[in-house]
Each structure stands twice: as structure tokens, then as C-alpha cells.
Design a protein around this ligand. Structure first.
Ligand SMILES: Nc1ncnc2c1ncn2[C@@H]1O[C@H](COP(=O)(O)OP(=O)(O)OP(=O)(O)O)[C@@H](O)[C@H]1O
Ligand SMILES: [Mg+2]
Length: 253
């Protein structure tokens, strides 16, 4: 049963990894409805593995994954897609040899033709920039346009929950902010619940409601994003540096 308090997506004491080695080592976190939860952490911390374990792509050793309070531990990605979860992976997020319009059509694979056309129009209202690029091959797009296509492709099934793995990987700091501000932030305005993994911690926290820091497979910090941003020591911890001795902290990463 779901209620206003039931998170859209939640993991409880999740342990997961490759073979018997627990890369994700007892993680609990919740994504409330319409909120953005950012997970930051250093390379190799287990961020992608956490997402993959939630999405049935990596074996869960123990713990639970709940969607609207329903146990979906180990459910396949296809089933989760039907239940309203959209996943934009860190890599291989668009079909390079296809046009943007074809990528969108592929994203709407569960819909009939008329519904697909309607969804394409909706997605183009969210990302109007793509309207002029529908017939470009994805491989010819800029990094930001490409990521927009990847998110738009996943939006084709009108998911309630979006799981985004480092949408700004390989983008410049400026383009990263554009993607987070103009592509990720609007998702929560549309009422979507978003689990966002990002290494660009400060930029991610600026569009997030809640912040988690994952280190060596464990949640080290879990706090409101605004509190982390307002606290110089917490900011430094999220940036992977030693806490500042003074309140003097640079404004960005
Ligand atoms: N398919 C795999 N088989 C075995 N080990 C893996 C596999 N994928 C990842 N790992 C290991 O699991 C650990 C966590 O990797 P993961 O990709 O989850 O980290 P991450 O936090 O997403 O890092 P990054 O910020 O670099 O994307 C790393 O030590 C990595 O080498
Ligand atoms: Mg990763």
C-alpha cells in the first residue's frame, strides 16, 4: 500500500556486489515522492553498483528494494520499467547509430504507435531543444544534447521514478550545471521522484532535496542538501577533501 509518507523508492540494508564480495555494504536510503535525492561519493565507492542492484542488474545479497512500499528486490529492469521506473545508465545511454527520433521511439517501446507520438510531443515540450535535432544521429550530438536525448528516451514511458547515474560524466563544469539545472531539476517540477548519482557533488546538491555520501559501499552522511551546502565542513566532506579548518570555502568544485 502506498501513502503520502511511503517513499517512491527505498532501499533497506542493501548488500550487493559481484560474486560474494559486497560492494554495497548495508545501504539504506529513501526517495520521497517528487523529491531529488543525490548520492555522491568517490570513484569506486559503489554508486553505480547500488543503482544496478536496485534495478535488478546486480545480485542483491541481502536487504530489500521497495517501490511505493512494494518489495521489488531482484525484479528485472523490464518489470521495473513497466512499474514506472526509468533508468539512465552511466554509459551506453543512447543508441549512437540512431537518430534522436528513433531513440525516442525505442524509449516508447511499451506504447502503441499513437501513444508513442503523443509521448514524443510531451517529451519535446519538456526538452524543446531536441525538436530541431530529431533527425540528427545521436553520435553527432554534443555531450549535453546527448544526455538530454538519454533522459528524454527514458521519459517516453512517463516514469514516476527516475534513476540517473552520473548524467554529467564527461561534461565540462559549466555544461554539467546546465544539465542539472535544465534537465534534472525540471523532472521534480513535473512531480517525478529522482535518484541522482553524481560525482560533481556541489552542483548535484544544488538541485537536490536530500544528500547521501557513499564511501566504500556505506552511507557516511545522509542529510538535507541545503544543510550540507550551508555547512563548509560538510561541503568539503562531500567534495572528498579534509574538512576545512576555517569557514573559508570556495563557492564551487
Ligand atoms: N562487473 C564488475 N565485476 C566486478 N567488480 C566490479 C564490477 N563493476 C564494478 N566493480 C567494482 O565495484 C566497485 C564499485 O564500482 P562502481 O562502479 O559501483 O563505483 P562508482 O561509485 O559508480 O564509481 P564511479 O564514480 O567511478 O562511477 C569498484 O571497486 C569496481 O571495480
Ligand atoms: Mg559509477
Amino acid at each position: 500500500m502506498s501513502s503520502a509518507e511511503t517513499p517512491a523508492l527505498e532501499v533497506r540494508d542493501l548488500v550487493a556486489g559481484y560474486g560474494d564480495y559486497p560492494v554495497v555494504d548495508g545501504v539504506s536510503l529513501a526517495v520521497p515522492h517528487g523529491k531529488v535525492v543525490a548520492v555522491a561519493g568517490p570513484n569506486g565507492a559503489g554508486k553505480s553498483t547500488l543503482l544496478k542492484a536496485m534495478l535488478g542488474l546486480v545480485r542483491v545479497l541481502s536487504g530489500r528494494v521497495l517501490l511505493e512500499g512494494e518489495d521489488v528486490t531482484g525484479a528485472a529492469l523490464e518489470r521495473l520499467a513497466r512499474l514506472g521506473v526509468g533508468y539512465v545508465p552511466q554509459l551506453d545511454d543512447v543508441f549512437d547509430s540512431m537518430k534522436v527520433i528513433e531513440n525516442l521511439e525505442m524509449g516508447g517501446y511499451l506504447c502503441d504507435r499513437a501513444e508513442r507520438q503523443r509521448r514524443i510531443e510531451q517529451v519535446l515540450e519538456i526538452f524543446p531543444v531536441l525538436r530541431g535535432k530529431l533527425h540528427r544521429y545521436a553520435e553527432t550530438l554534443s555531450g549535453g544534447e546527448r544526455k538530454m536525448t538519454a533522459i528524454a528516451r527514458v521519459l517516453m514511458l512517463d516514469p514516476k521514478v527516475l534513476v540517473l547515474d552520473e548524467p554529467t560524466a564527461s561534461l565540462s563544469p559549466e555544461m554539467s550545471r546546465v544539465v542539472l539545472e535544465e534537465q534534472v531539476r525540471p523532472l521534480s517540477r513535473l512531480g517525478k521522484s529522482v535518484l541522482l548519482v553524481e560525482q560533481k557533488a556541489v552542483a548535484a546538491l544544488e538541485v537536490a532535496d536530500w544528500a547521501c555520501l557513499l564511501v566504500r559501499g556505506k552511507v557516511e552522511v545522509s542529510a538535507p542538501a541545503a544543510e550540507v551546502l550551508a555547512d563548509p565542513n560538510m561541503r568539503e566532506i562531500f567534495l572528498g577533501r579534509a574538512p576545512a579548518a576555517t569557514a573559508e570555502v570556495a563557492g564551487s568544485e
